[in-house]
Design a protein around this ligand. Structure first.
Ligand code: E4P
Length: 211
């Protein structure tokens, strides 16, 4: 399973890429706004920090303007993945870009029917948002089961990129289900390293070694 970082914070990305465990980055308009930078500058800088795909989201809602924004983003670097919302215009854009071998991430997926359409539009990645489904009292991971099963049934090539992850459990369950990618916030990535018995064991080894 690939691990992407869900962040537009340059310092955070620099720090965590040093682990050599990060396979790509996802951003969204809210994360870019939080970074305080201009989208083109921020995406360009991030693309220079990782060799894997960097998802950059269009902000237009109509197909024509989405295509124009995509073109600008694609000019920034070779590892840009265009992120489009799961709307009719977003999927039109996805289909057109995919036809030209552009990597596309279809985002804001909240149902299996939407995921079927994303696969049919040729998406490289589909991003189901588990945390936001949990937030409204549904079980977000159920959606991941459904999409993985459906994609396997038809051998769809679209990769399931689990997004809106709230903690390590979402990562573990996504891996058990067989999702292709998880995109996680810095905090969750750091938590993945931790176990109290690792700390306790290490302290014991170090103190035995000193005796
Ligand atoms: C995914 O690409 C999105 O950027 C992200 O995972 C959304 O997460 P949130 O629901 O925590 O905002």
């Amino acid at each position: 399973m690939k691990i992407f970082l869900d962040s537009a914070d340059i310092n955070e990305i620099k720090e965590l890429c040093k682990t050599n465990l990060i396979d790509g980055i996802t951003t969204n308009p809210s994360l870019i706004a939080k970074s305080g930078g201009n989208i083109l500058d921020v995406i360009k800088e991030i693309c220079g920090l990782v060799s894997g795909p960097v998802s950059a989201e269009v902000t237009a809602i109509d197909h024509k303007t989405m295509m124009m924004e995509a073109e600008k983003l694609l000019n920034l670097a070779e590892n840009v993945t265009i992120k489009v919302p799961l709307t009719s215009d977003g999927l039109l854009t996805c289909k057109e870009l995919s036809k030209n071998n552009v990597s596309v991430n279809v985002t804001l997926c909240f149902s299996a029917s939407q995921a079927i359409l994303a696969a049919k539009a040729g998406a490289t990645f589909v991003s189901p948002f588990v945390g936001r489904l949990d937030d409204i009292g549904q079980n977000g991971l159920d959606l991941i089961y459904d999409i993985v099963e459906i994609y396997n049934n038809y051998n769809y090539k679209t990769q399931v990129l689990v997004a809106s992850i709230r903690g390590v459990n979402h990562v573990i369950e996504s891996a058990k289900i067989g999702a292709d990618v998880v995109t996680i916030p810095t905090k969750t990535f750091k938590e993945m390293f931790n176990h109290p018995l690792t700390d306790k064991g290490l302290n014991a080894f170090l103190s035995d070694w000193q005796d």
